[in-house]
Design a protein around this ligand. Structure first.
Ligand SMILES: Cc1cc2nc3c(=O)[nH]c(=O)nc-3n(C[C@H](O)[C@H](O)[C@H](O)COP(=O)(O)OP(=O)(O)OC[C@H]3O[C@@H](n4cnc5c(N)ncnc54)[C@H](O)[C@@H]3O)c2cc1C
Ligand code: SF4
Length: 469
């Protein structure tokens, strides 16, 4: 193996400065850094990185284009399979996907594929017309209409892929803004809104129509879409129903679910004086959980001025599900990790607000069904953590509304919609689903991968239904 240079670090905002603003933490590669990083790629004949990418971007090809300084060509190569490259370059867990199987990772550090993806996408946005879009491959298909429910990464991908084929696509979104978790969950310091808006505008420029403030199952039911003449429907409603602890005191004021806390800040702009969303300014915050949502909640709490922010997690550091990079960022910013600790009950002040959390110390036993070592409470180890705000960030289950209002839609006992994994079709012919609504909370790129499968499934279904070539 010829290349042994370490990978090029990502320039970042200083932690002391960034905890006082919502600007992006990672500043992006300069051209010089991108060229140096691209030079590390071996352009392997077997290219395992491509199979490691859930949407199969031709990674060595786009890196080769960067090496040749054809940055716009690199962005267009990525966009052949991924309509949201600047988003994926920022938030994908590359360390678990393409970078994990990069040949260099066997002995050295893998190529920083995500950082190069972000560089190419940002370069294109700055220096070319990103809406120089491909023409629909078959304009005849425009007489067939597809409804997409939800504008998260799954819905945006299905819509973009079908529009590229030539179909007429309408996205119905319950909220007043588009993007799903990309907008209301992931904070601006990881994914700036200008980048999100830019990539949604690209999907719009492919010809997709967007209707906001339409809650399918409440404004009208899914069956009404089929009755209105849509040839197929895709359900990409995500997983927005928070999991709670179910312990005494969880209804006290000052206790939020991770989703509520992040939505107040990211969507409703509660931290800004020019918005009316109420926000109690916290002093001591406990965030329960250790996934990406928990890190986002903790780092957001610091940015709205909390004096002390603690992550409380019942297992050890090795089992934390958040991306390693986000854990490091949180640590650099001063978030304190209280590991092997589990809340037992919340304690109120005289006004019905949370004053403290009673916790138990834990130790780890044998691995459980999740293959992580099971936490066991140490008897008699109760202790109190003082706090005036608690954010419970334990993950989300699929939203129940569609399954409760759609006859014949088969779901798992925990709420996930059951699909044929080959096509994305549900138990109702012509109705497809994908993303977190099927799997429970997963990742942006897995939702996009599911969107691509469903787009192919919908195309096949419509072609068979109408006897098209
Ligand atoms: C705080 C947080 C941080 C995360 N960080 C990362 C990360 O760094 N990297 C990563 O890869 N993944 C991350 N994830 C997970 C990732 O964001 C999700 O897996 C992904 O967004 C799922 O996409 P989706 O399209 O299935 O659903 P969503 O993004 O949830 O979008 C669903 C959309 O459907 C709409 N909707 C729901 N019900 C209806 C209805 N009845 N009618 C109309 N519209 C409806 C919703 O309003 C929403 O806009 C994070 C998740 C959270 C919560
Ligand atoms: S596996 Fe790594 S080194 Fe090989 S082509 Fe892919 S990115 Fe380049």
């Amino acid at each position: 193996m010829a290349e042994t240079k370490p990978r090029n670090p990502m320039p970042q905002q200083d932690p002391a400065v960034r905890i006082k603003n919502f600007d992006e933490v990672a500043l992006g590669y300069t051209e010089e850094l991108a060229l140096a990083e691209a030079a590390r790629c071996l352009n392997c004949p077997k290219k395992p990185c491509v199979a490691g990418c859930p949407v199969n971007i031709d990674i060595p090809k786009f890196i080769e284009l960067i090496k040749n300084k054809d940055y716009i060509g690199a962005a267009r190569e990525i966009k052949k399979t991924n309509s949201l490259p600047a988003i994926c370059g920022r938030v994908c867990p590359q360390e678990e996907q393409c970078e994990k199987v990069c040949v260099l990772a066997r002995k050295y550090e893998p190529v920083a594929i995500g950082r190069l993806e972000r560089f190419a996408a940002d370069y294109e946005a700055a220096c070319a017309n990103p809406f120089d879009v491909p023409k629909p491959s078959n304009p005849e298909l425009s007489k067939y209409h597809v409804a997409v429910i939800g504008s998260g990464p799954a819905g945006l991908t299905v819509a973009g892929d079908l529009a590229k084929m030539g179909y007429s696509v309408t996205i119905f979104e319950a909220l007043h803004k588009l993007g799903g978790v990309l907008r209301y969950g992931i904070p601006e310091f990881r994914l700036p809104r200008a980048v999100l808006d830019r990539e949604i505008d690209y999907v719009k420029s492919l010809g997709v129509t967007f209707l906001t403030n339409v809650i399918i199952g409440r404004t009208f039911r899914l069956n009404a879409l089929l009755e209105q003449g849509y040839d197929a429907v895709f359900i990409g409603t995500g997983a927005g129903a928070p999991k709670l602890l179910g312990i005494p005191g969880e209804n006290l004021s000052g206790i939020y679910s991770g989703n509520e806390w992040l939505t107040r800040i990211n969507l409703m702009r509660a931290h800004r004086d020019d918005y009316a969303t109420p926000l109690k300014k916290p002093k001591k915050v406990c965030v329960v959980g250790a996934g990406n949502t928990a890190m986002d909640c903790a780092r957001t709490a610091l940015r709205v001025g909390a004096e002390k922010v603690m992550i409380v997690y019942r297992r050890s550091r090795a089992e934390m599900p958040a991306r390693a990079e986000e854990v490091e960022n949180a640590e650099q910013e001063g978030v304190v990790f209280q590991l092997l600790t589990n809340p037992k009950r919340f304690i109120s002040d005289d006004n019905g607000a949370v004053r403290a959390m009673e916790c138990l110390r834990m130790e780890l036993g044998e691995p459980d069904e999740s293959c992580r070592r099971r936490p066991i409470a140490v008897e008699g180890s109760e202790f109190e953590i003082e706090c005036d705000m608690v954010i419970v960030a334990l993950g989300q289950n699929p939203n129940p509304l569609i399954r409760q209002t759609t006859e014949g839609l088969e779901t798992e006992s925990w709420g996930g919609i059951i699909i044929d994994p080959e096509t994305g079709m549900t138990s109702i012919p012509g109705v497809f689903a994908g993303g977190d609504a099927v799997t429970g909370e997963a990742t942006v790129i897995s939702a996009m991968g599911a969107g691509k499968i469903a787009a192919r499934g919908i195309d096949k279904y419509i072609r068979e239904k109408y006897g098209l070539e």
